[in-house]
Design a protein around this ligand. Structure first.
Ligand SMILES: Cc1cc2nc3c(=O)[nH]c(=O)nc-3n(C[C@H](O)[C@H](O)[C@H](O)COP(=O)(O)O)c2cc1C
Length: 201
């Protein structure tokens, strides 16, 4: 008999994640969709940085970045990533571990087009994670791509999304006296049934 009720109720973890994020949009000061995204390098050394979660689809989580970045090379090499969402205002977190593929088709084009022109040109100008001699050099690159690309730049091939299909999602909510509630959803493969277990805090 499950006691998964209230904010943990439901049979679709993506719906629960969407609902928690919607609550955080009302309570969090900045960037309620900021996730700490974790990858590993070829030596197994972990790496982590913030990115913005841009969509919770029916079977995965999507963010956008530069395909020449460190995170992209680590994801492309392993096909795996993990992330955590933490909302101080709600005292809740969601942890996700999963299988990653590029989201570099129509969806990436649509999202790219939705960004401000300056952001679209900025994506063209930045060789993310590569050394940069000065801020002036970056601004010169922005001026150059602005002249080249005009007011309706196409999405650069080196910029797009990643889709994380989770094999594990854990929902955590603060409880009195550190007796927090935790429910871990796991599945053996993408597309198979979820198994849910309550965990000790
Ligand atoms: C709140 C926040 C949101 C960010 N969002 C993104 C993002 O959506 N995409 C991105 O590529 N970098 C984003 N960044 C910058 C990354 O943290 C990081 O500096 C950059 O992507 C390079 O990471 P890498 O060298 O590990 O690839 C964000 C940083 C912060 C602090």
């Amino acid at each position: 008999m499950s006691d998964r009720t209230g904010i943990f109720a439901g049979e679709d973890p993506f719906a629960i994640a969407r609902s928690w994020l919607a609550e955080a949009e009302d309570t969090e000061t900045n960037d309620p969709n900021a996730i700490a995204l974790s990858t590993v390098d070829t030596n197994g050394m972990p790496n982590v940085r913030m990115v913005l979660l841009k969509d919770i689809e029916d079977d995965g989580f999507v963010f956008f970045t530069n395909y020449g970045s460190v995170k992209a090379s680590e994801i492309d090499a392993t096909g795996r990533a993990a992330f955590v969402l933490h909302w101080k205002s709600l005292r809740r977190q969601i942890r996700v571990r999963g299988i990653v593929r590029r989201e570099d088709g129509e969806k990436a084009d649509t999202y790219y087009r939705s960004r401000s022109l300056k952001s679209r040109l900025g994506a063209w100008a930045s060789r993310q994670s590569q050394p940069l001699s000065s801020r002036t050099a970056l601004m010169a690159e922005v001026a150059k791509v602005t002249a080249q690309q005009g007011t309706d730049p196409a999405r650069p091939e080196f910029w797009g999304g990643y889709h994380i299909a989770p094999l594990e999602i854990e929902f955590w909510a603060d409880g009195a006296f550190r007796l927090h509630d935790r429910f871990r959803w796991t599945r053996d493969e993408v597309g198979t049934d979820w198994h849910v277990v309550r965990l000790n805090p």
